[in-house]
Design a protein around this ligand. Structure first.
Ligand SMILES: Cc1cc2nc3c(=O)[nH]c(=O)nc-3n(C[C@H](O)[C@H](O)[C@H](O)COP(=O)(O)OP(=O)(O)OC[C@H]3O[C@@H](n4cnc5c(N)ncnc54)[C@H](O)[C@@H]3O)c2cc1C
Length: 412
């Protein structure tokens, strides 16, 4: 490789833009190429199911950087350009038009895509997924004229879109196969809070249901048929049943792929000089002592920074505490840490759960694994400290808002 061989990033979204910025900040002065198949400038996705979907946030605010920034930084930004192959031995990638490009170091930030719902009728007009700016534009337009929205899947995207639709005055039914929303992530104790939130906003919640097909015809979807034979009427349907990492390139290139592109703690994949970060990476997390793939905004901002430093030869590891947030109606929350289903022995509440102003802690052996603050602010630092130190704390003090989180006595 000569000095004119670029560092190349595949995936021009939040993670890709974040890595490009860090490469420049950390002194990489040579050629830098950021390639994405979408034709938009790199943008942030969280508003697509919140403020932007509701028409409250302008398009310009979504972009990670304005167009000029890429020029000023001498970043060769190639949009609308899918990469079709990676050859790690030759250090070369192939673009859709057949052109090839050599790289010194390669970063994969190819993100993830909505999981398709494999039932008849899922391709009818009026059936939506929500991942891209275009998806959000189409759903927003549909909500203006729709009478009833059916949301399939009570995960973050489905619930946020349900809240946006209610604020637009649309009737909403949420259909979910589990017994509660967000059950796997939050467990039943906290999932109840989100069920109550949506009920209080007149969302019809149907749990424990199986979708058999979508009804309708060439003019559009008319409803959702459930396994019990009943039909939930809807002229717009949003499918939000999770995402899968975009690993096709990596797999075809022979990289180790297990629930995402597998990396070490420095975001190095199994192929020399190839790194991965953001939604697509299943990275070894030193604090947790296991691999973890995180599908959240903060990870897409911070993990690529570590990957960029590693690409420049720095000895770095990504061990930030996982963090994510949501906004639905007047509920804002932040979640810090990581608690697996079955991995904790109790949930401790501090504050007023009924008023939706509280912190929930997932605890094992008196140690805080994760904390979620709901309409309580400026507490993520002490929650993160509790998670990271894993200090056994007194649980009645943990539950008591009068005891500062920075001052909790040890477990007796
Ligand atoms: C509607 C919505 C709301 C969200 N809300 C929240 C929230 O409230 N809180 C939170 O923490 N997180 C939220 N998230 C999650 C967060 O936005 C993602 O974790 C983040 O976008 C991941 O960024 P990424 O850059 O890793 O991947 P992506 O954003 O998926 O970007 C990957 C990019 O790579 C491109 N690409 C893929 N393959 C190729 C190829 N072969 N060639 C060229 N380009 C390719 C894709 O087209 C895409 O542009 C939300 C996500 C969505 C969709």
């Amino acid at each position: 490789m000569d000095a004119n061989t670029p560092h190349v990033i595949i995936g021009a979204s939040l993670a890709g833009a974040s890595a490009a910025r860090t490469l420049r900040e950390e002194g990489w002065d040579g050629p830098l190429v950021l390639i994405g198949e979408e034709s938009e400038l790199p943008y942030e996705r969280p508003p697509l199911s919140k403020g932007y979907l509701m028409g409250a946030e302008p398009r310009e605010k979504l972009y990670v950087h304005p167009q000029e920034w890429y020029r000023e930084q001498r970043i060769d930004l190639r949009l609308g350009t899918p990469v079709t192959a990676v050859d790690p031995d030759a250090h070369r990638i192939t673009l859709q038009d057949g052109a090839t490009l050599s790289y010194a170091k390669l970063l994969l930030t190819t993100g993830s895509s909505p999981r398709p719902l494999p039932v008849p009728g899922a391709d009818l007009p009026g059936v939506h997924y929500l991942r891209t700016l275009g998806d959000s534009d189409r759903l927003r337009a549909a909500l203006r004229s729709t009478g009833r929205l059916a949301v399939i899947g009570a995960g973050w995207i489905g619930l946020e879109a349900a809240a946006a639709a209610r604020s637009a005055g649309v009737d909403v039914t949420v259909l979910e196969s589990a017994e509660l929303p967000l059950l796997r992530v939050l467990g039943s104790e906290v999932a109840e809070v989100f069920a109550a939130l949506h009920r209080d906003h007149d969302v019809e919640l149907r749990f424990g249901v199986q979708v058999e097909s979508l009804t309708g015809g060439p003019d559009g979807v008319s409803g959702v048929r459930l396994a019990d034979g009943s039909v939930v009427e809807a002229d717009t349907v949003l499918i939000g049943i999770g995402i899968t990492p975009n690993t096709a390139l990596a797999e075809a290139a022979g990289l180790v792929v297990e629930n995402g592109v597998k990396t070490d703690q420095s975001l190095r994949t199994s192929a020399a000089d190839v790194y991965a970060a953001g939604d697509v990476a299943n990275a070894y997390h030193p604090m947790l002592g296991r691999h973890l793939r995180v599908e959240h905004w903060a990870n897409a901002v911070h993990q690529p920074r570590t990957a960029a430093r590693a690409m420049l030869g720095q000895d770095v590891a990504f061990d930030r505490t996982p963090y994510f947030f949501t906004d639905q109606y007047d509920l804002g929350m932040e979640y810090t840490g990581y608690a697996e289903p079955g991995g904790y022995d109790r949930v401790v509440f501090r504050g007023d759960v009924a008023a939706r102003e509280f912190i929930a802690f997932w605890v094992r052996d008196n140690r805080v694994l994760a904390g979620m603050n709901v309409n309580v602010w400026d507490v993520t630092d002490p929650i993160r400290d509790l998670v990271r130190t894993a200090r056994p704390v007194d649980l009645s003090s943990l539950a008591d808002p009068a005891v500062p989180l920075t001052d909790l006595p040890d477990a007796g």
